[in-house]
Write a protein that binds this ligand. Structure first.
Ligand SMILES: Nc1nc2c(ncn2[C@@H]2O[C@H](COP(=O)(O)OP(=O)(O)OP(=O)(O)O)[C@@H](O)[C@H]2O)c(=O)[nH]1
Length: 598
């Protein structure tokens, strides 16, 4: 017997993939993923363990152990035998976590002409049940495919919408990204862009090497090229799932669907159909006859005809719903794309959808949102965002995300080379995307979702792109001299280093008398014996050997005047935010100063 893939074994033994991985962990067997292969000895051990487990489980019928030992094609059980234990998927729609599993939502991305549409079409044709004759299936931006492992939802909005527009609004609608790469063309600029988007969204990626039917197809080259992006296919020892397919002949498509289901299983995607409804707009349009139609992906809860929905600053009541195959439905649970009739205005893709109890509640939510928007706009007017603002508060972000655009591949490589040497233990430079040519709208969307900075060398952004960047508060910086660009990176790195402060001694004073002030409380009439005192400095008061107070110097006075600083040898009034100062106390002043870091 040869080696066996983990998921095949799991399937044959009727065990959950996660459980299989746990068992392998327990045995100390190393693997990359469920598609890794394991030795025959390990297979035997696993079978033994499962059999023992079944024996020791009091409720488990003896047949379970037999089933675990049995090959998948084992003779059917006698008619009077107890029903075999339910499929693992059913068993894990766990009441224990409260929420059942939901179908994965998948998006297909890749370079132009690499076969995204063809692949989706093939899956749609072979996996989507045709509607009743005469029924017109409308394009709704998503469809559900039935596979042997259950439902998979594909988003088929054109371009990278699922990852750009939708993500730019903060919603993450896809669970898994399929990157289509043509076997005769290998990695192209939009492939890299698609990969960057999937990485920014932190969703698992599966690479489909398409067009393997072509004589000039070279899947090995695609795999090698992928390794140059640090994406190492499983067969090269990495953990990237790569599936050769042909959207023309259908070869490999079955495997692709299988891998999607496996990945989904490992992701343990769950949603509660009984929970509060939330969803995301996939796309919206106006139909000449029907009016405004919006495709919404249900993410939590269940939608019903008649529900009130709030999207952005608009609301609607669901008059009718259709599923992605065009059939009328009355309700829709998690991971279901539905086309909704009932909005008065076309909602934008990526908008979050919520439900409201009634019209009054919907109006209230909208009024609140409108106010928040006005406040945000006013705040943006007052203060233009800086690069540091976009990177988040100092000290919490340790990675500087960059999108790099340059005139030639040579420039890109030169800049990347310099940047690689700039990284420190504290700050990582993450070049999410490095491309040739002017920055695009896609770059701006990626920058806004990943909080990245766009740096251009010898290329400038077209007006339309600058406008979008301005709207989103993204700075696109263009340079003609490499070292100016590098200086900017230094500034970003510096801005990202958590400042280190240390306490610096300023001076010492003796309290010679306490002056009672009607408004400011007790003021320490003091004589500066060393150094200087500054307003807002830190103060430490000692009485004998004991520190009796630590706080701030809130005021300094020379005679009747407020002053910022008093030097040694002078008398002054020191106002502490403390009232118990006494004659004879010693006040020590210090301040926190930022320490320059190497
Ligand atoms: N031989 C072969 N041709 C394919 C395959 N998949 C797609 N094609 C062809 O490649 C061309 C581009 O395919 P599309 O599906 O339109 O590619 P796309 O990535 O959706 O392209 P855009 O939507 O323009 O970005 C078409 O002529 C397809 O017929 C395949 O597996 N084998």
């Amino acid at each position: 017997m040869s080696k066996v893939r983990i998921y095949t074994l799991a399937k044959d033994l009727g065990v959950d993939n996660n459980k299989m991985l746990e068992m392998l962990d327990g045995l100390g067997v190393s693997y990359k993923s469920v598609s890794s292969t394991i030795e025959e000895d390990t297979v035997e051990l696993i079978k033994q363990l499962l059999a023992e487990e079944a024996e020791s489980a009091p409720a488990a019928p003896a047949q379970t152990a037999d089933a675990a030992q049995a090959a998948p094609q084992a003779a059917p059980a006698p008619a009077d035998a107890p029903t075999p234990s339910p499929a693992p998927e059913a068993a894990t729609t766990a009441e224990d976590t409260g929420a059942p599993h939901r179908a994965p939502v998948v998006t297909i991305m890749g370079h132009v002409d690499h076969g995204k549409t063809s692949l989706l079409d093939y899956i749609r044709k072979t996996r989507v049940a045709a509607k009743e004759a005469g029924g017109i299936t409308q394009h709704v931006g998503a469809f559900e495919a039935q596979t042997s492992k259950g439902k998979i939802v594909f988003i088929d909005t054109p371009g990278h919408e699922a990852f750009t527009t939708i993500r730019a609004r903060g919603a993450n609608v896809a669970d898994i990204a399929i990157i289509v790469i043509a076997a005769d063309d290998s990695l192209m600029p939009q492939t890299r862009e698609a990969i960057a988007h999937a990485q920014a969204a932190k969703v698992p990626m599966i690479v489909a090497i398409n067009k393997v039917d072509l004589p000039q197809a070279d899947p090995e080259r695609v795999k090698t090229d992928l390794t140059q992006l640090n994406l190492v296919p499983e067969e090269y020892g990495g953990d990237l799932v790569v599936v050769p397919v042909s959207a023309k002949t259908g070869e490999g498509v079955e495997d692709l669907l299988e891998y999607i289901s496996l990945t989904a299983e490992l992701e343990d995607l769950r949603a509660d159909p009984k929970g509060t409804f939330s969803g995301v707009v996939i796309e919206g349009r106006v139909d000449k006859q029907a009016g405004v139609l919006a495709t919404v992906m249900v993410q939590e809860g269940t939608l019903h005809v008649g529900d009130f929905l709030v999207v952005g600053e608009g609301y609607g009541k669901i008059k009718a719903m259709t599923d992605s195959a065009g059939g009328r439905i009355k309700e829709a649970g998690p991971s279901t794309p539905v086309q909704i009739l009932g909005f008065s205005e076309v909602p934008a893709s990526g908008e979050q959808v919520q439900s409201a109890k009634n019209e009054h509640a919907a109006r209230e939510v909208i009024a609140g949102r409108a106010q928040t928007r006005r406040d945000t706009e006013a705040a943006r007017e007052r203060r233009k965002l800086t690069l540091e603002d976009m990177m988040g508060p100092l000290g919490t972000v340790r990675t500087v995300n960059l999108i790099l655009r340059a005139d030639t591949q040579g420039s890109v490589e030169a800049i990347q080379g310099i940047l690689a040497r700039k990284e420190t233990d504290d700050v990582k430079l993450n070049v999410m995307l490095a491309g040739i040519g002017a920055p695009t709208e896609g770059d701006v969307l990626l920058a806004s979702t990943a909080e990245a900075t766009i740096l251009c060398f010898s290329v400038t952004a077209p007006g339309s792109v600058t406008k979008i960047a301005d709207n989103k508060g993204i700075d696109i910086k263009s340079f003609r001299i490499i070292y100016e660009l590098i200086d900017e990176v230094d500034r970003l790195i510096k801005g990202n280093i958590e400042p280190v402060f240390e306490e610096k001694y300023l001076g010492r004073a003796e309290v010679r008398m306490v002056i009672r002030h009607p408004k400011n409380g007790n003021i320490a009439g003091s004589y500066i014996t060393d150094g200087s005192f500054k307003r807002n400095a830190k103060a430490k008061v000692t009485r004998g050997k004991q520190v009796v107070y630590e706080g701030t110097i809130v005021g300094l006075k020379r005679f009747k005047d407020d002053v910022r600083e008093v030097q040694t040898g002078y008398e002054c009034g020191i106002n502490l935010d403390w009232n118990d100062v006494m004659e004879g106390d010693i006040i020590e002043a210090s301040e926190m100063v930022e320490v320059a870091q190497a």
